[in-house]
Write a protein that binds this ligand. Structure first.
Ligand code: 3PG
Length: 204
């Protein structure tokens, strides 16, 4: 599974207000060349949207983001999520996700958190908030003591800097919300999202 995220290379971070919009959004991303999405649990639409996307297109790699409680791991797994992302590192969430057979990408910002992730058996983490923390240079610095760890920078990544991040050997994919503006999602402007996805894939 994680090799699929790595192959796609770009993970859209999605906030949905209407779960029914999920399948159309996923189809627009896929048409633009991005076959995955992290649906955040920042709105109540998150979990039902995951279920609808998963039912509509089993080939689309749908995951859950902003997972803050261990019980949410079970809820998103039951809905069909195949990976779990958190802004920070919570060992209970990591352990629950691994027990459910899901990939898990906790957020790290410091060497201590990378070390904790390693102790939990992980070799991939989210690096958040990437730009504020120093971007590519910070990831390269962390790679010194942790050569086996690979990162998903998120937070401030855009079409303009995605290629630079992806050129970093320790980066396995990038994530962010730039290709899924909440206003376009709310308006159902799927053509705009498809075009942003095409532009992103080209730039990356
Ligand atoms: C997030 O959790 O919101 C992601 O890191 C996306 O950040 P962005 O909106 O800066 O792309």
């Amino acid at each position: 599974m994680m090799s699929t995220l790595e192959r796609i290379g770009i993970v859209p971070v999605v906030v949905l207000d209407d779960p029914d919009a999920g399948p159309d959004l996923a189809a627009a991303l896929a048409a633009g060349g991005i076959g995955c999405a992290e649906i955040t649990l920042r709105t109540p639409a998150g979990i039902p949207a995951i279920a609808r996307i998963s039912a509509a297109d089993p080939g689309f790699l749908v995951g859950a983001g902003t997972v803050l409680e261990p019980r949410q791991v079970d809820e998103v797994a039951d809905a069909g999520a195949r990976f779990v992302v958190s802004p920070g590192l919570d060992p209970e969430i990591v352990e629950r996700a691994l027990a459910r057979g899901l990939e898990v990408l906790p957020g790290v910002a410091t060497a201590s958190e990378v070390q904790r992730a390693l102790r939990l058996g992980l070799d991939r983490v989210k690096f958040f908030p990437a730009e504020v923390l120093g971007g590519r240079a910070a990831i390269e610095a962390l790679s010194g003591p942790f050569p086996g760890m690979r990162f998903l920078p998120s937070g401030g990544v855009t079409a303009a800097n995605a290629a630079d991040y992806l050129a970093t050997p320790a980066v396995f994919a990038v994530s962010g919300s730039w290709m899924v503006p909440r206003s376009d999602v709310a308006a159902g402007d799927w053509a705009a999202i498809e075009q942003l996805s095409v532009d992103t894939v080209r730039a990356a």
